[in-house]
Design a protein around this ligand. Structure first.
Ligand code: ATP
Ligand code: MG
Length: 573
């Protein structure tokens, strides 16, 4: 392609809502264009080329792994979402709309319901299983905070796949594990440095879900990794070995007789630790939240954790089976009969529910709010009521790995893929069954597998850029080579550039020829911004029979005789 004919609106202007390199360079390089609403983007010719490349790599590997591509309607009937129970549960990310006849629809944010509906009408027997169907299609989620360009859009391109099996074992082996391997091949080919981590499986629970995280400082996800073994998990699901108590000389470990203690003005963990001269490990912190359920039901929940721990909200939300947890004001707590600063789990007002962190189980000699103003209870012993215990806390840097005893630390990742063992979460409520070997109707065991295709463009650039622009990986670049004719007014330069262009094209190489009548300097800065892996500059040195080969990564330059330029370029590709 000729630069002079292509729509590549590069600009020096940094969009004012952009902070991440990927967002800045994809806009400045003319790959994408903001549509004026947040989280909505047009793909321009360069961006579309990369998007199609990423999509093609995903398709090749999925097809090779035995998946079949389909394409389902984007506007989906609300009735399907009612069948699965998600019409209400999904919250505001789900864009609900009505047509002229007042029929309700939703714009697909993911397609479990649609895919179950497709299969329940077409697959009847265990003999037709397993089956793995996917699509690469626009999704819409009315994200609360769309940002970072393609990273978190409202309209975005996702690969979503779904597998259907006769039993859980088949789903694990032929669905989940098979997809993990296919995803590895996809992300390897894209040239990404990523890590596969254990992920939150929501209400479904279990260790049935893994995320593919591209390691980058700018990632929105915190992941916990072990510095000794291969353990890695999203902080939402991370586990640790129970936190040990501070080390005391025998007679110094705190011991108390249970009693209520007057503690006026002592309303924070720090103040409490200072008041009693005790490590916050022995204090119980109450974190209050409002839990939201279907049909507008709301409950106040108190989560009790150690004074030196922090609540992990996703774990907390799962522990009370809520759709969402939101903050609650001190006024609302008082109105419910609670005493902020002095809350404990004894003598709770009617209607307030609570959970306790599992690591507190069996502990004693603790200090906690007495549920009345200005009093804390000392010498608290944890009650033995299993249904009230759950894993509630965020793993902290320095905690101990439960697998190997190594030290855990935090790092940042961009979630580019998610594979999930669903079980019968959708097939059962939607009555999607097949006949097994004995002629008995059974709900399908399902897996669901996503890849953020458009997010990947941002993730690749977050990992591969410098202070001048993008550095595309070999398999994702919009072109393999760019030829820059330094001065198109010079016939010899133009001819040499055109000749190499024709040769490379004939050899099937994707090549961009910068034949614009612009200054060399501005063509060079466009090259650096766009980030094609390899460039050939035909310029002044042509008089000595030389051209310059530039490698975008590191911007290394070497002179090379024009006669053998074609071979030299082919060798580097
Ligand atoms: P996140 O936690 O980042 O919101 P998610 O858990 O909601 O992601 P899934 O429902 O698993 O995401 O969707 C599958 C994939 O789609 C994700 O792994 C991610 O790469 C991509 N994705 C999700 N939301 C967006 C978005 N708003 N913009 C771009 N890509 C997205
Ligand atoms: Mg999301």
């Amino acid at each position: 392609m000729r630069f002079s004919h292509m729509l590549i609106p590069t600009t020096k202007e940094v969009p004012n809502d952009a902070t991440l390199p990927s967002h800045i360079y994809l806009i400045r390089g003319g790959f994408i264009q903001n549509v004026g609403g947040s989280g909505l983007y047009n793909f321009l010719p360069l961006g579309k080329r990369v998007l199609d490349t990423v999509r093609a790599i995903a398709k090749e590997e999925l097809d090779a792994a035995g998946c079949q591509e389909v394409d389902l309607a984007f506007v989906t009937p609300a009735s399907l979402w009612e069948e699965s129970g998600r019409y209400e549960k999904y919250g505001k990310e789900l864009l609900r709309l009505k047509d002229r006849k007042e029929n309700a629809f939703v714009l697909g944010p993911t397609h479990e319901e649609m895919m179950v509906n497709l299969v329940r009408h077409t697959v009847r027997s265990y003999k037709q299983l397993p089956i793995n169907l996917y699509q690469i299609k626009t999704k819409f989620r009315d994200e609360i905070r769309p940002r970072f360009g393609l990273m978190r859009g409202r309209e975005f391109l996702m690969k979503d796949g779904y597998s259907f099996h006769k039993d859980a074992e088949d789903m694990k082996i032929n669905g989940f594990d098979n997809m993990e391997r296919a995803y590895r091949r996809i992300f390897d080919r894209l040239g990404l440095d990523y890590r596969i981590v254990e992920a939150d499986s929501g209400a479904i629970g279990g260790s049935g879900s893994k995320e593919f995280m591209v390691l980058a400082e700018s990632g929105e996800d915190t992941i916990v990794v072990c510095d000794h073994c291969s353990y890695g998990a999203n902080i939402e699901a991370a586990k640790r070995a129970p936190k040990p108590a501070p080390v005391y000389a025998d007679d110094e470990a705190p011991e108390m007789t249970r009693t209520d203690f007057h503690t006026p003005g002592v309303t924070t963990i720090d103040a409490l630790a200072e008041f009693f001269h005790i490590d916050s490990h022995h204090l119980i912190k109450a974190v209050a939240k409002k839990a939201l359920y279907d049909e507008g039901v709301e409950k106040i929940v108190l989560f009790f954790i150690r004074g030196n721990d922090a609540l992990e909200e996703t774990k907390a939300c799962n522990a009370v089976d809520a759709n969402e947890l939101i903050d609650i004001s001190e006024e609302a707590l008082r109105a419910a009969g609670l005493t902020p600063g002095y809350m404990g789990f004894n003598a709770l007002p009617e209607g307030v529910i609570f959970r306790m962190d599992q690591e507190l189980r069996g502990e004693n000699n603790l200090i906690m709010g007495a549920n009345r103003a200005e009093y804390h209870t000392i010498g608290v012993q944890m009650p033995d009521v299993s249904e009230h215990y759950a894993d509630l806390v965020a793993v902290q840097a320095g905690d101990v790995c439960s697998h190997c005893g190594g030290t855990l630390r935090h790092t940042k990742g961009i979630e580019v893929g998610h594979i999930f063992q669903l079980g019968t979460r959708y097939s059962e409520p939607m009555g999607a069954t097949f006949l097994d070997e004995n002629g008995k109707a059974k709900p399908y065991e399902m897996g669901t597998y996503g890849i953020g295709i458009s997010r990947l463009l941002a993730a690749i650039i977050e990992q591969h850029h410098d202070d001048r622009g993008c550095i595309w990986t070999p398999n994702t670049a919009p072109f393999a080579v760019e030829i820059i004719i330094s001065n198109v007014k010079k016939e010899a330069e133009r001819e040499a550039g055109e000749a190499l262009y024709a040769q490379l094209k004939a050899a099937g190489v994707e090549v961009l020829l910068d034949d614009r009548p612009e200054r060399f300097g501005s063509k060079m800065s466009d090259y650096e911004l766009i980030g094609i892996p390899l460039a050939v500059v035909i310029g002044k040195k042509l008089a000595e029979g030389q051209a310059e080969i530039i490698v975008r990564e590191g911007l290394d330059r070497v002179d090379h005789p024009v006669d053998t330029l074609f071979d030299a370029v082919m060798k580097r590709l």
